[in-house]
Design a protein around this ligand. Structure first.
Ligand SMILES: Cc1cc2nc3c(=O)[nH]c(=O)nc-3n(C[C@H](O)[C@H](O)[C@H](O)COP(=O)(O)OP(=O)(O)OC[C@H]3O[C@@H](n4cnc5c(N)ncnc54)[C@H](O)[C@@H]3O)c2cc1C
Length: 265
């Protein structure tokens, strides 16, 4: 079935992706894959035990395995002294407020923008409508303050709607005027229709092998238990042989217990 092509191609937006990579910091690898375009990446963390298992099996099955790409600083971001690098505590979901090594809009974008003094932030405000002039061009926003329930307006030469997919569509539909009786940017009458959520699938499995011997040059091994979340696997101090045993029978989608016996040489 023939379909309409996108009006932009990847090469046109790549410079902007490159700027975002450098601004927020992404780890990953350049692999030359068409569907996973290369970028400007920090080095990825070392693979963890279960990842090595998966890579090993997938490679044998002819499936390519590459490191994921995440906005976590594995090294200090060049030219940015405000953020540190990841300490692999695996608590990214709690917001990395100390090292600021994990992406969050406050740490990475809003606080730095506030430091420039060139921004006014109006919080506790719900945008209600995009205001337009006689030509139908956007001139500002009307919003309702959650503090006093009153409606206010702000104007701007450029208005960017970034209230996520559904709410941005709702605001466009809410922005009716003589020029835009159907809502803003809705000549096609498809704004707010054909919304599609991303579909997902989960996969679970059991580690087949209870014992793996890894020869590494490191000092102490202090990881005894690891959750499957971004994080490193083993670190530091002087031990040259590590025997890693993994408990079998644990559903690894939730928790993978990896017991590590360190043998001092
Ligand atoms: C649980 C969960 C896990 C996810 N995990 C991943 C992941 O691992 N990888 C990935 O790539 N994506 C993930 N996503 C999807 C990703 O988070 C979204 O696609 C992305 O955040 C959308 O960005 P956005 O800027 O369009 O909207 P948002 O990040 O939703 O930002 C919209 C902002 O607008 C504000 N807002 C809304 N309405 C109004 C209004 N009327 N007036 C004023 N402000 C308003 C909201 O408060 C919000 O701050 C996940 C999403 C969820 C819910």
């Amino acid at each position: 079935m023939a379909s309409v092509n996108w009006p932009l191609d990847y090469n046109e937006i790549k410079p902007f992706y490159d700027r975002v990579d450098q601004l927020i910091g992404i780890f990953g690898t350049n692999e030359g894959l068409e569907n996973d375009p290369d970028g400007i990446f920090l080095p990825p963390p070392k693979p963890r035990l279960h990842e090595l298992f998966i890579k090993n099996a997938a490679t044998q099955a002819g499936v390519r395995v590459i490191p994921s790409r995440l906005s976590i600083l594995t090294q200090p971001l060049p030219g940015n002294s405000e953020r540190g690098s990841c300490q692999f505590c695996a608590q990214c979901a709690r917001n990395c407020s100390y090292y600021k090594a994990d992406f969050s809009s406050p740490n990475v974008l809003i606080y730095p923008a506030m430091k420039t003094g060139n921004i006014d932030i109006i919080s506790n405000a719900m945008a209600r409508e995009v205001l337009t002039d006689r030509e139908g061009l956007a001139t500002g926003i009307s919003y309702v303050s959650k503090e006093d329930n009153q409606e206010y307006q702000v104007s701007g030469s450029v208005v960017i709607l970034a209230a996520s997919a559904c709410e941005s569509a709702r605001l466009l539909l809410n922005s009716k005027s003589q020029r835009h009786p159907n809502g803003l940017a809705n000549n096609s009458n498809v704004v707010g229709k054909y919304l599609h959520d991303s579909t997902g699938a989960a996969l679970g499995g059991y580690l087949p092998s209870p014992l793996l011997v890894v020869n590494v040059t490191m000092k102490t091994v202090w990881v005894v238990c690891t959750f499957i979340r971004p994080g490193g696997w083993i670190t530091k101090n002087s031990i040259s042989l590590v025997v890693i045993t993994s408990n079998t029978g644990v559903e690894w989608d939730n928790l993978l217990m990896v017991s590590i016996l360190a043998l001092k040489t």
